[in-house]
Design a protein around this ligand. Structure first.
Ligand code: COA
Length: 264
């Protein structure tokens, strides 16, 4: 598929960057952009060569300013249902990718943009970033998982406050409520994000995948079941060449060289 609304770049070490590229519309997610994102995610799932994914927005103003409101004008309730289902399906696929996914939020992350960032594993935000679920101001509600992921991330009261008022919060406030992991000056945001992505790309791919799966799945079950999943995943980790290499490297006082394989 040829992309019109996003840029896709892959570096030699397997770090890939998706840039939402509709700066005139503050990178709003129209249907075509969502379909292109779905294609990227599908390709990453099928191939083995992307080890870490970064999502960001083109320009200095916006990550993604939401779903494309212009497409809402003629949307029937049934079309709205399909649109919400489409967005949710893609965001689940993104969330469930077996590799780390980092949101590099370089400006407005509103509505679908905030929901997109919350579907990533964690968020680094520029100091000018703004977060919010402003759908209430359009007389509608979040539709790409915002009511659910936000409350799980920041708690019921803060999620209700944000969704009911529709107010934006700045990056510092987002940091204080645990929505973002770090606030970074805008000019250094991508460099700092890449530094972490490069570090992750050097680690055991199988172990990264396992940690991600156990944390995500564990949050959906009670503590005992989550810990039981960890026991199984811990045992499986010992079957990998990467585990042998990591432990041997520690004992031999050298840096480990992980294979990048998911098969062992
Ligand atoms: N969908 C479609 N177009 C959008 C958009 C969106 N979600 N957000 C911004 N745009 C467009 C604007 O319509 C404008 O286009 P135009 O120049 O053709 O009129 C352009 O992006 C620039 O936006 P503008 O509003 O002029 O910038 P601003 O700096 O004054 O305000 C925002 C920035 C983000 C506060 C404002 O654009 C906004 O509130 N956007 C909507 C956010 C939202 O409600 N998202 C949830 C959607 S469910």
């Amino acid at each position: 598929m040829e992309y019109q609304n996003i840029l896709f770049e892959k570096k030699d070490n397997g770090v890939a960057i998706v840039t939402f590229n509709r700066p005139k519309a503050l990178n709003a997610l129209n249907r075509a952009t969502l379909e292109e994102l779905a294609d990227v995610v599908e390709n990453i799932k099928k191939s083995d060569d992307v080890r870490v994914l970064i999502l960001t927005g083109a320009g200095e103003k916006a990550f993604v300013a939401g779903a494309d409101i212009k497409e809402f004008q003629s949307m029937s309730p049934l079309a709205a249902k399909r649109f919400s289902e489409l967005g949710q399906r893609i965001f689940f696929e993104l969330e469930e990718l077996p590799i780390p996914v980092i949101a590099c939020v370089n400006g407005f992350a509103l509505g679908g943009g905030c929901e997109l960032a919350m579907s990533c594993d964690f968020i680094y935000a520029s100091d000018n970033a703004r977060f919010g679920q402003p759908e209430i101001n359009l007389g509608i509600i979040p539709g790409f998982g915002g009511t659910q992921r936000l409350s799980r991330l920041v708690g019921r009261a803060r999620a209700l406050e944000l969704c009911l008022t529709g107010d934006m919060i700045d990056a510092q406030a987002a940091l204080e409520i645990g929505l973002v992991n770090q606030v970074i000056p805008q000019q250094q945001l991508m460099e700092a994000t890449l530094e972490v992505a490069n570090l992750l790309a050097s680690k055991s791919r199988a172990a990264l995948r396992s940690i991600k799966q156990v944390i995500h799945k564990g949050l959906g079950v009670d503590l005992r079941h989550g810990c039981a999943m960890e026991v199984d995943a811990f045992a499986v980790a010992f079957s990998s060449d990467d585990a042998k290499e990591g432990v041997a490297a520690f004992i031999e006082k050298r840096q480990p060289k992980f294979s990048g394989s998911l098969d062992n």
